[in-house]
Design a protein around this ligand. Sequence first.
Ligand code: ADP
Ligand code: MG
Length: 701
Amino acid sequence: MFVSTLDTTIEFLKGVGPKRAELFQKELGIFTYADLLNFYPFRYIDRTRFYKINELDPELPYVQILGRITSKEQIGEKHKKRLVARLTDDTGSIELVWFQSLKWVDENVVKGKVYIVFGKPTVFNGSFSISHPELENYPRPATITGNLMLQPVYHSTEKLKKFFLDSKGIQKLQTSLIEQHLKEITETVPPYILEKYQMVGRKEALLNIHFPKDVKALKAAERRLKFEELFFIQLQLLHNKQLREMRFKGHLFDVVGEKVNTFYKEILPFELTGAQKRVIKEIRLDTQRGIQMNRLVQGDVGSGKTAVALMSMLLANDNGYQACMMAPTEILARQHYQSIVDLLKDRLVKVAILTGSSTKKQRTQLHKELEAGEIDILVGTHALIEDKVVFKNLGLVVIDEQHRFGVEQRAKLWRKNVVPPHILVMTATPIPRTLAMTLYGDLDVSVIDELPVGRKPIETRHLYEGQRLRMFGFMKEEIKKGRQVYIVYPLIKESEKLDLLHLEAGIEQLSYQFPLPDYQISIVHGKMTNADKQYEMQRFIDHKTQIMVATTVIEVGVNVPNASVMVIENAERFGLSQLHQLRGRVGRGAEQSFCILMSGNKLSADGKLRLETMVKTNNGFEISEIDLQLRGPGDISGTQQSGVLELKLADLAKDQLILQEARSTVIETLSEDPNLENPQNSLLRTYLAKRSRGIAFDKIS
Ligand code: ADP
Ligand code: MG
């Protein structure tokens, strides 16, 4: 195979050598010339602007001054020696000071010469000075990397700096790399696509990302490189999807039989919303195409995903297949199981549950029934995907709360059958479109964007600590009306001890405000055993307690329609999507529900925006967009294993348009030329061939 010079180990680049090469590898993951080229500046310093000396201000960051060295002298004794030079322009003069490398500086800074001086001005003894400024000859010599008007700034580390690989040192290496090897940079995106979107070639882009000719050239370079990043992610995702669809036949669910019909006509206690019907129709279409369905259903809390899941499972049953539903925690699994059993009441199908706490005896029995095909619907935790669990004929897997299941776990499910089951992934955490396209770009996405009719929007208030008594008063009123209340405290690993103290203090205050025997309180937190949690939760569900104090989101994943108030303590410490999830625990019954966000008086700008957003809107998708803007994708669940975080330039919050272009280009390309046989797509073919060697798709099947 052709090996590019750019694959040469970085050690051999002039000025690197073995020691620095080792550091580059360890500190920045740079192994080859190409890696260094792909190590982009994280910002640029504007060097188009020259400051006059009388314009200097201690508030200014780095500045650039053009002036003449009018004096130069070494002063001080031995260890305190320094070199002081005076730089003068037509508005005044300023001191330049060096404490190190005096000999070198003395030889290279020439009295009477004009220099471009660059540094951070500070005030010392009432006048301005710059210590350790950078000096450049004036006029700047013309090189291939141009007269740098925007100076690149690279990330570096303490260790690298010790070996002179600070930003400036890295810039030097980039310069020589580009000067010597620009010619060898090859195109990765087919030229017809570049033309279509009027994007610059790879050479020009890389040159300008490191050494922008001007702002316009930098923007063009950024756009091209962002496109490239997103384009290849989409190509990979959509190509995988296409392969999967070509290779795997899917079970045919072409009968809508007695089970679905009876459920719909006689059992379902409400009319489905338009959105629910639409999503069920999409699932129907998927499962009649003869390909394996991989569909993500996004729906806000309370949008009625369970009904959609159950209808789909019954559809599988009607066609002679088993179905299973997997939840991220035991509590949620139990709850799903319970609500299905409550609805079906032993009619139509046999439903069973399997979790980590199922006994050995239960398991043995269950395994037998499952293999014999006697169980139609199995609900459980990830215990479901253990190899011991064998289905007779698994046709559909519903995964609730996708983000907790990795790609690997999904793949494991596919292996459960010769023909892999259809997969329906449900998530109650709405994620922004751009993130969905990247995280779940190989899935089809349905959205339940409508709440059941008659549901009253939850009213949200933000109260400060000083208004706590008002909050207690309100709780009392609601409890008097027969309602129940959740109070959620943050419990974060880093501050766990302190958080637990707050929790205790909170509970003490609460038991003073809400004394026995009139008020009963359930307490559930992460440090308790499953059995204890279960017991406390059950008391709340059975309305034996009126108040549920809890710490984490998932522990309150219960459905208690009678609960009408959600109080969130230290609300400013929760992320937006968490707050939204928590709020979704109320508003499940017919009554008007409330969410009270308690916070201290001091709020950060972000914290304030989060609480304001919560008060302003109930729409999970809107909230998720703001969350992405505030936090970036890094903190949004599911992104960790997805590669989204390895994006060098593209920003899913800001580059929606580019992502859209990249994705639609890939869709178009693959539909016109599915096997990428057209010579104009040869670059893409090569890319995928290289990639697929590492993660052979067959492994998944
Ligand atoms: P989620 O999407 O959060 O999982 P659920 O499926 O738990 O929502 O539904 C929330 C509540 O709304 C449940 O009590 C459910 O019975 C009810 N529900 C679901 N769909 C409808 C509908 N179309 N009309 C009325 N109530 C509905
Ligand atoms: Mg649900």
